[in-house]
Write a protein of this length. Structure first.
Length: 300
């Protein structure tokens, strides 16, 4: 599953030692991010994340640019560096010949799964640093600590840590049918699982039931966990679940959900196999929704 299966040894017990981090930096390879785009290299069909020497990236970064330790890749230190400070595409300058910058979402379709996981970690952390330069407690500029996993306010001593937002994504099922919906924001006729953020004071099961009640007025009983997926847009954890519907009666909210329909296992299998061509699409393999739907269809 894209963005999962990160192979790095994060060495989290060592990140608070500045001397250790500095020593790793001298031996590191860098994943540069420019305006949150990632650097990829290689021909189509054999593309990988570009890992470059520090000397190529350092001149492009601002003095206070976030440089985050990601982990050890087979013993090799790997850092993510924000080079958004430069106005022009860096591949026309010091990084010429190193690859090209692409948005992570489309790049994930062609990169190896391990690279998408590493780049997802890098993008989520760099995005967090870009958004949290100032202390929400007193407004002062914060300092980076623990190799990028903490920011500290020099004025009020408040500590701030990267956040991950939990999101439930669920497929209602009833016997050999599942309910899929077309969100009003979806491009084209895409039908997918339902999703929503977990609210404060709410369990995963409660969030699943609330979202389905709000979006399609569907009552469900048992909620079962299936799998999870890091989703670095900007930094969420998608918690995939199945929900046992009490009936097949539903009513779309007409705001977030524009349409919904029950699909049988046979129909889902046929659609995933490309045997039905009526313009309706199911989620691509980049998304956990695809795996929820496919795994349910295959086990019947």
């Amino acid at each position: 599953m894209p963005f999962s299966g990160n192979p790095l040894d994060r060495a989290s017990e060592l990140r608070a030692d500045p001397a250790w981090v500095a020593a790793q930096r001298t031996e590191a390879r860098i994943l540069p991010l420019w305006r949150l785009k990632v650097l990829v290299t290689g021909p189509e069909g054999a593309m990988t994340a570009a890992r470059v020497a520090p000397g190529l990236c350092d001149p492009l970064a601002a003095t206070d640019a976030a440089c985050v330790f990601l982990g050890l890749e087979q013993g090799q230190p790997l850092f993510a560096l924000d080079i958004s400070h430069t106005e022009e595409d860096p591949t026309a300058g010091p990084l010429a010949g190193s690859g090209e910058f692409r948005d992570l979402r489309p790049a994930a379709f062609v990169l190896p799964d391990t690279d998408t996981a590493i780049l997802g970690q890098a993008k989520a952390l760099i995005d967090w640093h870009q958004r949290h330069r100032f202390c929400p407690n007193c407004g002062a500029v914060t300092d980076m600590a623990d190799a990028g996993y903490r920011r500290v306010c020099p004025r009020c001593a408040a500590e701030h840590f990267p956040r991950t937002d939990p999101v439930v994504i669920m497929l209602p099922v009833d016997g050999d049918h599942c309910l899929v919906g077309h969100n009003a924001r979806f491009p084209g006729p895409l039908y997918s699982a339902f999703a929503g953020f977990v609210e404060p004071g709410e369990t995963i099961e409660e969030a699943v039931r609330r979202e389905l009640r709000e979006e399609v007025n569907l009552a469900v009983d048992a909620v079962t966990y299936h799998a999870s997926q890091p989703w670095p847009f900007p930094s969420a954890l998608m918690i995939g679940c199945y929900a046992a519907a009490r009936s097949r009666t539903f009513k779309i909210d007409g705001r977030e959900i524009a349409d919904a329909r029950w699909m049988s296992r046979d129909e889902v299998r046929a659609r995933l196999g490309g045997k039905i061509d009526d313009g309706i699409n199911l989620p691509a393999p980049i998304a956990i929704a695809h795996h929820l739907i496919r795994d349910w269809a295959e086990r019947g």
